[in-house]
Design a protein around this ligand. Structure first.
Ligand SMILES: [Cu+2]
Length: 336
């Protein structure tokens, strides 16, 4: 589904300089006691594994800006700008108290300057002030993860709107002390609007007038229509607990995130870890905001993820979670 996913990202991971200062490979740096560890990253809908250590470390993250053309619908391709060759970009996972050494590279083959604003940063521009890279450049900045929560990152270069609208965003989880409670399944889902002009030879590009009018052509999960449908559905077994890390970049719309047929047993309000609400049907996720939801799937069947601003489903804001396992007629059945 994401044909650029592994090649582009791994090339970026491997070629952007290694771990300066410790002389170790990424694998060596994972060893117990190493001062620096390579960051845990995963591409949506996958989630990096829990951090599983009690001591804070310096976590090295390597991101690469990539511009490419890929399908946004079955019939239309789009001129994406991205981190790592996927939309959304990779999800990162660190722990509160960690120091993050963030490397951003912009290959010479790209056409645009880029940077990154990470909402987990305390400092001007969230890093954008010191991470601007022209094509062919790389930069490094360092920040301490002071606050736990699920945070958006996005490019803030140039006019910002085109970089955000073209796909340059993703999520970073800063785990609280002791981590989050164990669950059976974790997924990474991000909603976004695309403002696409009429395609030329089947390829569409950003239309700023549609953006200014707040009139999205597409509203999608994980960067394109059907990213969580058909062969790409999320899967779980009856009785399992599911956690979704859900981000909404907008850039304009607020999401009314809902899973049809389920109730969120827990909502980590606005992506923070200090306030957990329970028994929630639909949760609001603002532009450039995030949430963490958890629910137990009791009954087998198909559950549908939507932005319950329901006209957006017709624009692509839909995905499915398919649950297999034994029926549980005491919870749900046809008839009396
Ligand atoms: Cu950019």
């Amino acid at each position: 589904m994401y044909r650029f996913l592994l090649p582009g990202f791994l090339v970026g991971l491997l070629l952007t300089g290694g771990l300066s200062g410790c002389g170790a490979t990424a694998g060596d740096a994972q060893a117990e006691g190493a001062d620096k560890v390579e960051g845990k990253l995963a591409s949506a809908p996958n989630v990096p594994p829990p951090v599983m250590r009690s001591e804070p470390k310096t976590v090295v993250l390597h991101f690469e800006a990539r511009e490419y053309v890929d399908e946004i619908t079955e019939d239309v391709k789009y001129h994406y700008w991205s981190f790592g060759g996927t939309v959304p970009g990779p999800m990162a996972r660190v722990k509160v108290g960690d120091t993050v050494e963030f490397h951003l590279s912009n290959p010479a083959s790209n056409s645009q300057d880029h940077n990154i604003d990470i909402h987990a940063v305390n400092g001007p521009g969230g890093g954008a002030a010191v991470s601007g890279v022209a094509p062919g450049e790389s930069k490094v900045f360092t920040f301490k993860a002071l606050s736990p929560g699920l945070f958006i990152y996005h490019c803030a270069a140039g006019a910002i709107v085109d970089h955000i609208s073209n796909g340059m965003y993703g999520l970073i989880l800063v785990e609280p002390e002791g981590g989050l409670p164990k669950v059976d399944r974790e997924f990474y889902v991000m909603e976004s609007e695309f403002f696409a002009a009429d395609p030329v030879d089947g390829v569409a590009a950003f239309d700023i007038n549609r953006g200014l009018a707040e009139h999205a052509t597409y509203v999608v999960f994980n960067g394109r229509q059907n990213s969580l449908m058909g062969p790409n559905v999320l899967k779980a077994k009856a009785g399992e607990t599911v956690r979704i890390y859900f981000g909404n970049i907008g850039p304009n719309g607020t999401s009314s995130f809902h899973v049809i047929g389920e109730i969120f047993d827990k909502v980590y309000v606005e992506g923070g870890t200090g306030l957990v609400n329970t028994g929630i049907q639909t949760t609001l996720v603002p532009s450039a905001g995030a949430t963490i939801v958890e629910f137990k799937v009791d009954v087998p069947g198909t559950y549908t993820l939507v932005d319950h601003s329901i006209y957006r489903v017709a624009k692509g804001a839909i995905g499915q979670l398919v649950v297999e396992g034994p029926e549980k007629p005491g919870v749900y059945r046809s008839g009396e």
